[in-house]
Design a protein around this ligand. Structure first.
Ligand code: NAD
Ligand code: ZN
Length: 361
């Protein structure tokens, strides 16, 4: 097991990655919360039916648990679900000293983190992420939230966890399409600064999307990516500077998801295309050579991710969504543009006409 540390406004916490994380779950929770007597578990029926029994078996018999399952999927990431989860724990007469374990993908993590932040003005939480996206991204950094009909993640708060426990073994049951989409975010870390990860992916990316699950390689990839995110959010928790780099691929990615009504494309697939959009714009501005675009496309292709825009989606379709990005300031969205593998640049002043270069066939 390996650990990366995060410093946050809520204190320091560790992200532990390794196959042994699940087996020592009970011990980890007891050392984080001495005197632990009751644990709230937030999960969903898909994750819980696959992994609930083993999670419970690792907690120890003397621990009381209250398991609250929310409906699966992004459409359930709403305030209505948050209120139902709050109801459940209020009816259980929850107390502030009783922590939550949030077990699932990014949807579960974002909602579990919000519920923990709201209930009784704050109940401590531990993330047990079970998807690639959750392990390398959403469980780290303290962002929580739900969607609003007018946009994704518009309601939420910063609520850092007390620990993140990542067992890559959970990824064994993840559908291959979800594993591939998670690699979209992993490739992002390689391009925004992690040259070691870039080398590893360049050598072995096919093994990460093969039918048999390469546990050791996944552990390495999850750890390197987690350490990248841990470092960035430690240096810039509230996204005033460096954290913006994590938005690489997301400006066009989010706009594409919006234009498609958040269906028919996974987030990581949209990010994959968004990274190519950024590379096209960077090329048009003279900040990168065609080799950079080629390097991104090559990795995406080998991971089985899309490299051409979905038919029927033109720049006119996505343009209204570009300005809506939460990261925009004064109407002009800041672009995170690749220079070469391992190096990106934030560009705020540019000719808006260049944005149309981001949609390509
Ligand atoms: N807070 C942040 O910083 C942050 C960062 C990135 C993404 N997000 C959010 O994360 C969400 C996307 O996360 P996601 O991709 O994990 O989606 P998700 O949580 O919907 O999980 C994808 C699917 O996989 C299932 N699943 C989870 N673990 C599994 C396992 N081990 N085996 C089999 N199936 C499993 C889920 O039930 C779901 O059906 C979005 O809502 C996004 O906004 C948040
Ligand atoms: Zn993302």
């Amino acid at each position: 097991m390996r650990t990366a540390l995060v410093t946050s406004s809520g204190g320091e916490y560790s992200v532990t990655v390794g196959a042994g994380v699940s087996g020592s779950l009970g011990n980890s929770l007891r050392s984080l919360f001495p005197g632990l007597r009751r644990l709230g578990i937030i999960s969903n029926p898909v994750v819980w039916s696959l992994h609930g029994p083993s999670i419970l078996s690792h907690l120890g018999a003397d621990l009381r648990t209250v398991v609250a399952l929310h409906p699966d999927g992004e459409p359930a990431k709403t305030m209505a679900t948050i209120l139902a989860l709050l109801d459940r724990f209020i009816e259980e007469r929850w107390e502030r000293r009783d922590p939550f374990l949030v077990a699932g993908g990014g949807v579960t993590g974002d909602m579990g983190g919000l519920v923990a932040g709201l209930l009784l003005r704050g109940v401590p939480l531990v993330h047990l992420p079970t998807t690639v996206v959750a392990q390398v991204d959403s469980a780290i950094g303290g962002k929580t939230g739900v969607d609003h009909p007018l946009g994704k993640n518009l309601i939420g708060l910063f609520n850092p966890p007390r620990a993140v426990l990542s067992d890559p073994g959970f990824l064994r049951t993840l559908p291959l399409a979800q594993r591939r989409a998670g690699l979209g975010e992993v490739i992002k870390y390689a391009f925004i600064g992690d040259r070691a990860l870039f080398t590893l992916l360049s050598e072995r990316i096919e093994e990460l999307v093969s039918d048999d699950f390469h546990a050791g390689l996944w552990e390495e990839v999850v750890f390197l990516s987690s350490a990248d995110k841990a470092g960035i959010v430690s240096r810039d928790e509230r996204e005033s500077g460096e954290r913006m780099l994590l938005n690489f691929g997301h400006t066009f990615g989010h706009a594409l998801e919006g234009a498609m009504g958040y269906s028919g494309i996974l987030h990581g697939e949209a990010v994959a295309l968004g990274m190519l959009s950024a590379a096209r714009i960077s090329g048009a501005m003279g900040l990168s050579t065609p080799a950079t675009f080629g390097a991104i496309r090559d990795l995406l292709r080998r991971a089985g991710l899309p490299v051409t825009w979905p038919g029927g989606i033109s720049f006119e379709h996505i343009a209204p969504y570009l300005g809506r990005d939460k990261k925009s300031s004064r109407g002009q969205v800041a672009l995170v543009l690749p220079e070469e593998p391992g190096s990106v640049r934030i560009v705020r002043d540019y000719d808006p006409a260049l944005l149309s270069q981001g949609v390509f066939s």
